[in-house]
Every structure is written in structure tokens, then in C-alpha cells.
Design a protein around this ligand. Structure first.
Ligand code: ZN
Length: 145
């Protein structure tokens, strides 16, 4: 069966994407052997399609980068949270010392703005983020091995 170049040109994109039937594929191949013009068309198609579409290796690299970036995002998030918690705890304790606690005549401790419990809460948060950060970094080290 002899096919015209026009028909082959219509089939080439399908053949290139390997979505045409086996029969059409073998017809295209048959034609390509004896038609340099259509072979050129196929090469053009390859060049056209190769540039915008990324190879599998590139896709994998991009996936790895995005995963690493996501992990980095979490690491920087926990680091930032650690910093903010430590700062907040320090502010609480320092202002507690500046304002001072007052012991009321009936013996109860009057804490200004409940700074001590809030300060300890931030210390707790700091420890929590410290552990998160440590776990994330460990995970990343294992991931890059
Ligand atoms: Zn042809």
C-alpha cells in the first residue's frame, strides 16, 4: 500500500507520539525509508517538540528540586519560628523583670500580664520547633544519601 506524502504528514505527529495504530506506524516507517522529504518532516517534528517538552531526566531533577525546596521551606519555617519563639520568650522574661512581680498584701503573686506563663509557653514552642528542625534536617540528610 502506497501512501501519499500528505497522508504521512498527517500521521507523523501521531507516529512521533506513538499514539497511532501499529499498522499506521509500520506504514509510516515503510514510507520514511523511501521518502527523504518525510524523514525530514519527522526530524523537524522532533526538533520542534524537543525544546518545549522536558526530558524525563529533567522532570526528575525538577521534582527533586521542588521536593528539596519544600523541605527547605519547612526548615526555614521552623528556623524562623524558633527565632520568633526565642525572641518572644526573651521579651516576656525581660519585661517581667522590668515591670516586676508584685506580692499582694494577701500573699498572692500578682504577675503583670501573665508574662511568666506566656514566656514559658514560648520556650516550649522554641523547643518544639527546635525538635522539628532537627527532625527535618535529619530527614534531609537521609534523603541526600
Ligand atoms: Zn513522503
Amino acid at each position: 500500500m502506497k501512501l501519499s506524502c500528505e497522508v504521512i504528514k498527517d500521521l507523523l505527529p501521531l507516529y512521533y507520539d506513538q499514539v497511532c495504530s501499529e499498522e499506521s506506524g509500520s506504514l509510516v516507517e515503510e514510507h520514511l525509508v523511501q521518502c527523504p522529504q518525510c524523514t525530514l518532516e519527522l526530524q523537524k517534528l522532533e526538533l520542534d517538540l524537543e525544546e518545549p517538552s522536558v526530558s524525563k531526566g529533567e522532570v526528575n531533577a525538577m521534582k527533586r528540586i521542588s521536593v528539596a525546596w519544600k523541605k527547605d521551606k519547612w526548615v526555614s519555617f521552623t528556623r524562623g519560628s524558633m527565632f520568633v519563639s526565642a525572641l518572644a520568650a526573651m521579651i516576656c522574661f525581660i519585661s517581667y523583670h522590668i515591670i516586676g512581680a508584685e506580692v499582694l498584701p494577701d500573699g498572692t503573686l500578682a504577675e503583670p500580664f501573665a508574662l511568666l506563663p506566656i514566656g514559658y509557653l514560648f520556650v516550649l514552642l522554641f523547643v518544639f520547633f527546635l525538635i522539628c528542625n532537627f527532625v527535618l534536617l535529619r530527614k534531609r540528610k537521609i534523603g541526600t544519601k
